[in-house]
Design a protein around this ligand. Sequence first.
Ligand code: PMV
Length: 359
Amino acid sequence: MQDCKKSFSVPFTHKPLMTLNKTDILPMNLFGALMLRAKAVAPSNIAIVKYWGKRDEVLNLPATSSISITLSKLKTEVCVSFDENLGQDEVFVEDERANEKTYGRVVAFLDLVRAKTKVNMFARVESFSNFPVGSGLASSASFFAGLTLATANALSAEFTFQELARIARLGSGSAPRSLLGGAVEAVAGTSKDGSDFEVLQILPEERVPFALLVVMVESKGKAMSSRDGMNLCKNTSPYFHRWLEYNQELVDIARRALLDGDIKTVGEVAEASCFAMHGCCMSAKPPLFYWAPNTLSVIEQVFEMRKEGVLVYVTIDAGPHPVLLAPFDLVPIVRERVSKQKGVLHIIEERAGQGAKVL
Ligand code: PMV
């Protein structure tokens, strides 16, 4: 027997995770009603070439391709039980009922899966992350990748891998990338129905030649959800269209650099994509700042180290926490320098890890 907690190596001190007794499909619940249950674990991922903007809101299709590194430690476990006895969907995050927004997103996702699979049972969804959710560390990516795998498994639905990726995308645009390990590209595609959207592995985890340091900084929390932020940029930033063109060029450069093991170019592209995305946010009306003052201090520290010849680069998702890229042998030096910075709360040493799996 396995529970949600034990499969993690936890980089954070966290509330105890709840216990579920079975991980495989249970045909019946205690009252003799049909119940289909499965559990999956999915890693978070950090984009080195960002996805920011949608070309179709309903299908949640990205307006630009993106590239990310799947992380090895930051994970979310998702347990799903479709149960004939339930009168509505139930969603729990860290043992607490999900807020209205999260609940709405999960129910919308389940409705789409129910429509595809012709299953009409409600579900109970429970998720546990070993890192703070909703703070710009791609918790929606790990959550929806885990939910997709657990749901498909609970329903014994026979989806191809790319179908799974498209389903995960309906929950969160970055989630499909968490299905694969290593360096992963999400190809935006151009078809109206999204049928050419796909995720591809560029490098397996053992060939990604750098570490990632997730630097948790003191802040007031995330400014705005990614979805709302993307819409705001699309509707009001004068740079939005240029951002899309520019980012697509960066995808091609980053893919080549990853295949060549060229850390310098990967780092330069990661910073270019990050600052262009955040520039787009800052130029929106009203201006959207995901950074905290401490974010900027860490960026300055990275630039300082680079002037001294240390190969280290920075990227930031839609939140205040910088993620640093550096060759493995430089991690102790970088860690030592950044940990002395005021406002740095915690540093997690990460590397590329495996994709999501069913437990
Ligand atoms: O998947 P979403 O809707 O949470 O958007 C992710 C947006 C970024 O994290 C900022 C960039 C990315 O590609 O992951």
